[in-house]
Design a protein around this ligand. Structure first.
Ligand code: BGC
Length: 506
């Protein structure tokens, strides 16, 4: 009995030891886990703090940037090559008034898609009577292939569209169809109807087109007459905006790429050569994507993105601001956190290593996630990058990165807009009678980034207020000019129509 009791006691003692060992092991494992979590958190904190600091855009810095933009605008108008801002003269000197009449076409090539469009204009009363458009996506191999292949593809889509013109559209007898061509890349013009490509941007890279007249390229591809204009999308947006509101002084595109155009007095353009237009004004395509300043907050992620891009050292402002790049900067930050702080566990998710695997619309969807446990972030991480089982803490870090990158971009865009407002406003200020109200200045805005990324567009607006102050910013109005670039090109074809000159001569 005593023996049994002893054996039982021994068994119990052994069991107790085993339990103690298990508890100790579990405690050790969990303290290792906690230690790991602590290390991950600490490393994440370091990277995040650094990101925040490097992306900082204090109002003081933004004011310096706005001033730098205005200074570069002056320099770019003074002489060719005097500034990173090309300040290209468009030779568009008659913006639409609303009186235009007739049938006009537009072709809008600006990114991975292009659009063909027709519009029937009915003059002051009828305005835009009818319009139709078709969108065609450009196969990726044509964006980096041969010039003829690209323009042949576009011309054939345009020819098909013209052939489908219905009876609702009327071309007066004896007239040719006139077409406004929106070509949303930097082009140096010497007249309204021609322009040589300075360089490709936004992922296009076709050496043969650089230095060539893009209208000529398209005309040759079309082998037909009647093509008589070329405009940049910002100029089209400006024209579309002015058609509806006479106070439109500038246009800004915040989309895949970014750019701005505005109306300048010819006397303020020292590099202008040749005859002065009757209107005394012309539209300047700033090509502000190429703006550069020591005040720009450039991080190691931006630097690496630029180094590995198709156009290193160029379009630096565009690479900080536009929709083509925001998702990619975001991916680069996540990748560093995955590598250095094991944000997504021991292994780095393979898809996160692929450049441009995170597009800006995905980033926007995560950034706008209002659910308490960030389910959209969780779903997108899983769907797009194959990352599952993230903690809420990790998902919060992801949203915080979106916030830092998107707001930096929006605030920089706002500084650019203020730069233009200063340049245009000063001229208007001088012309103003003493004591009268600040003139209303409307900026026509287009581009998917501004239109769809609400946190971004709200931040652009609030930052303009922050830089200019409540009162001055009241006179600056941003108006969405949807599809400005397409319809704007058709409107410019109308306000610069050959037939107008003929009619005036009669
Ligand atoms: C181009 C501009 C264009 C802008 C917006 C930039 O990449 O250089 O010409 O206006 O994108 O589409």
């Amino acid at each position: 009995m005593g023996k049994v009791a002893f054996a039982t006691a021994v068994t119990c003692a052994a069991a107790a030891c085993a339990v103690t060992a298990l508890v100790v092991r579990q405690r050790m494992q969990s303290s290792v886990r906690w230690a790991r979590i602590d290390t991950v958190t600490a490393r994440v904190d370091v990277v995040m703090r650094e990101l925040e600091e490097r992306c900082a855009t204090t109002v003081g810095k933004l004011r310096q940037l706005a001033d730098a933009m205005a200074v570069e605008m002056h320099a770019g108008l003074a002489a060719e090559g005097a500034s990173k801002l090309k300040m290209l003269i468009s030779y568009v000197d008659n913006l639409p008034t609303g009186d235009e009449e007739g049938l006009f076409y537009a072709l809008d090539l600006g990114g991975t898609n292009f659009r063909v469009l027709r519009v029937q204009l009915g003059g002051k009363e009828g305005r835009i009577v009818r319009q139709e458009f078709e969108e065609v996506s450009i196969p990726p191999h044509l964006m980096i292939g041969g010039s003829d292949e690209l323009f042949d593809f576009i011309a054939s889509a345009l020819a098909r569209f013209i052939a489908s013109e219905g009876e609702d559209f009327h071309l007066p007898t004896g007239r040719q169809r006139e077409l406004g061509f929106t070509f949303s890349f930097p082009v140096r013009q010497i007249s309204i109807g021609s322009g040589t490509l300075v360089k490709w941007t936004k992922g296009f890279n076709i050496d043969a087109t650089v230095g060539e007249d893009v209208v000529g390229e398209l005309s040759r591809a079309m082998e037909r007459q009647g093509l008589d204009m070329r405009v940049n999308d910002t100029i089209g947006t400006l024209a579309g905006g002015r058609y509806h509101d006479k106070d439109v002084v500038a246009a800004v595109i915040l989309g895949t790429g970014t750019n701005a155009a505005y109306v300048e007095r010819v006397e303020a353009i020292p590099k202008w050569q040749g005859l002065l237009p009757k209107s005394g004004e012309t539209v300047i395509n700033m090509e502000w994507g190429n703006f550069r300043s020591s005040h720009l907050p450039i991080t190691e992620y931006d630097q690496a993105l630029d180094d590995e891009s198709l156009n290193p050292g160029e379009q630096i402002y565009e690479k900080l601001v536009s929709g083509m790049y925001l998702g990619e900067i975001f991916r680069r930050v996540l990748l560093r956190l995955a590598r250095e702080a094991a944000l997504f566990g021991e292994t780095v998710p393979a898809k996160l290593e692929i450049p441009f695997s995170l597009r800006t619309p995905i980033m926007s969807a995560m950034h706008h996630d209002k659910s308490p446990d960030l389910t959209v972030v969780s779903t997108k991480l899983n769907e797009v990058l194959g990352i599952s089982n993230t903690s809420l803490q990790t998902r919060k870090v992801v949203v915080q990165i979106c916030d830092i990158i998107a707001k930096r971009s929006a605030r920089l865009a706002a500084a650019g807009i203020v730069g233009i407002v200063k340049k245009v406003g000063r001229a208007r200020d001088n012309a103003r009678e003493g004591g009268s109200q600040l003139p209303r200045m409307v900026i026509a805005m287009d581009g998917g980034l501004y239109e769809h990324y609400m946190i971004f567009s709200e931040s652009v607006q609030s930052t303009i207020k922050e830089i200019l102050g409540e009162e001055a910013s009241d006179s600056v109005v941003i108006k969405m000019a949807n599809d400005g670039s397409g319809i704007g090109a058709a409107l410019l074809a109308a306000s610069h129509s050959h037939y107008l000159e003929l009619e005036q001569d009669l």
